[in-house]
Design a protein around this ligand. Structure first.
Ligand code: MSP
Length: 477
């Protein structure tokens, strides 16, 4: 069986998940479920980044010991993904032994390649990003534009990674793989960044109380990003697992694209390991135009939304509202509009109409007519094509187009008035086939809704029966 390995970022656990994190994770989930439906063996890894200074600070702020804090937070994140219908097959924690071993081996390989050396590092460090920022990346007030905090000046002896050596190999990689980063606009940003020249990066920190020690130099801890990126190899089953099957897709947000499309491939080249197939990056969700995040205190809780509207409604909104790769503004009002319009009046109402009309019929959905066969095939084709291009909104639109076709048919044919049994059976078989086809197509996007619709149909030999189900999306005022 063909294997498909997809990852999300491993998230910092200095706070709870917000809908920005949920967005990236839902996108990865759609692709994982879509590939699984095609019969592939899917490895879908998500998890948490536990060796960040931010996390240590957060534990202290809560007055907790670090490890118990990490354990508590890891559980919160894992549970959140369950509630949002995420089908991850692994949950990575960077304090696990399997990860420590992979990181050590990875470090040794980069060292053996001559890519790690000791030197003095000076620069402005943003704790929020866990990375150095250049002066020209700061606001006029000297603040980090994403976290609105003042970066601290750091000057210490540590290990550097020879990133500068990989400028040409990276440019060659980008030239050879025209879709290494998607969407295309994000790829252009990466290319021009690398074209402008690469500097070596600090890969360890001095005298840290938490983190993975540098092999043979316990006074230094491995830089949290050098540790976190390697978690993708851990998720593949370690260095050997990665060699056998590297990630097909890393789904990330645009804020961390450089780490994934520049530093990570350079690290892999250094370690003599195969590269991932593709890095895809979503834009930011903003609230009132401002990037949403823990540090800015304007984070929206995805679980509260899922509680109120259902996880599928939140998934639908995230995938449908904003073209993948672009920034999108979140408001509950917009979510409610999508909910009442597309879900309650659209899909929910169509399903209820079809199932109510078809309840007492013996259906034969294989024999579609009146253009239904074509409408269903076109829905399937377009949804698959758009999903493959990461145009999730367009993939969903293809399903809604088919639903609109079905709705029109009910109205124009006045299906509820048809008396002739053969004609009635044919009309309802058409509609049932469309509804079942829509459920099938929606499975990666709205898994629980899809399952509920499928359960409304019962196969009885060659005959298909339908039964009413509770409203899929009760209207919300
Ligand atoms: N720990 C690192 C990632 C290491 S991966 C080897 C990290 N963690 S994070 O908790 O800050 O999560 C970052 C990711 O969450 C972003 O790249 C993005 O995918 C998602 N998002 C966080 N805020 C977001 C928005 N406001 N909007 C959209 N996605 C956002 O960085």
């Amino acid at each position: 069986m063909d294997k498909f390995y997809i990852t999300t970022p491993i998230y910092y656990v200095n706070g709870k998940p917000h809908i920005g994190h949920a967005y990236t994770t839902v996108v990865a989930d759609v692709l994982a479920r879509w590939r699984a439906a095609q019969g592939m063996e899917v490895v879908f890894s998500t998890g948490v980044d536990e060796n960040s200074q931010k996390t240590v600070d957060a534990a202290k702020k809560e007055g907790e010991e670090i490890q118990p804090y990490l354990d508590r937070m890891a559980e919160i994140w894992e549970a959140a993904w369950r509630k949002l219908g995420i089908s991850n097959t692994d949950f990575m924690r960077t304090t696990e032994d399997r990860h420590l071993e992979t990181v050590r081996e990875f470090w040794k390989r980069m060292d053996a390649a001559g890519d790690l050396y000791r030197g003095k590092y000076e620069g402005l460090y943003c704790k929020g990003h866990e990375s150095f920022l250049k002066e020209d990346e700061l606001t006029p007030e000297g603040l980090c534009p994403d976290h609105a905090t003042k970066p601290e000046f750091v000057s210490e002896e540590n290990y550097y990674f020879r990133l500068s050596r990989y400028q040409k190999p990276l440019m060659d990689l980008y030239a050879a793989h025209g879709d290494f980063v998607a969407p295309a606009r994000r790829f252009s940003e990466v290319k021009s960044f690398v074209e402008n020249g690469l500097e070596d990066v600090s890969f360890s920190r001095e005298g840290r109380e938490w983190g993975i020690p540098v092999p043979d130099d316990p006074h230094q801890s491995i830089y949290v990003w050098a540790d976190a990126l390697v978690s993708y190899a851990t998720g593949a089953g370690g260095i050997e697992g990665w060699e056998e099957h590297p990630a097909d897709i890393h789904a990330v947000g645009k804020d961390i694209l450089r780490f994934h499309a520049v530093i990570w491939p350079a690290m892999l080249m250094s370690a003599g390991l195969p590269l991932p197939g593709q890095i895809i990056a979503n834009g930011f969700l903003t609230a009132g135009g401002v990037k949403m995040g823990k540090s800015l205190g304007n984070a929206v809780d995805p679980l509260a939304l899922a509680e109120r509207y259902g996880a599928d409604a939140l998934r639908y909104f995230l995938l449908r509202e904003t073209p993948y790769g672009e920034d999108g503004d979140f408001s509950e009002e917009k979510l409610r509009e999508r909910y009442n319009g597309d879900l309650a009046n659209g899909l929910g109402n169509f399903a209820a109409r079809v199932l109510a009309l078809a309840e007492k019929e013996e259906l034969a959905p294989a024999e579609t007519d009146d253009g239904f066969g074509q409408a269903i095939a076109e829905m399937r084709r377009a949804a698959a094509e758009k999903t493959g291009e990461f145009r999730f909104g367009d993939a969903l639109a293809a399903v809604w187009k088919a639903i609109a076709f079905g709705d029109r048919y009910i109205n124009e044919k006045k299906v509820w008035e048809i008396k002739d049994p053969a004609e009635r059976r044919r009309a309802l078989s058409n509609l049932a086939a469309l509804l079942e086809g829509a459920a099938e197509t929606l499975d990666p996007f709205l898994p629980s809704t899809s399952a509920k619709i499928k359960e409304a149909f019962i196969r009885d030999g060659a005959v298909l029966r339908a039964r009413k189900i509770p409203a899929l999306f009760p209207r919300i005022a």
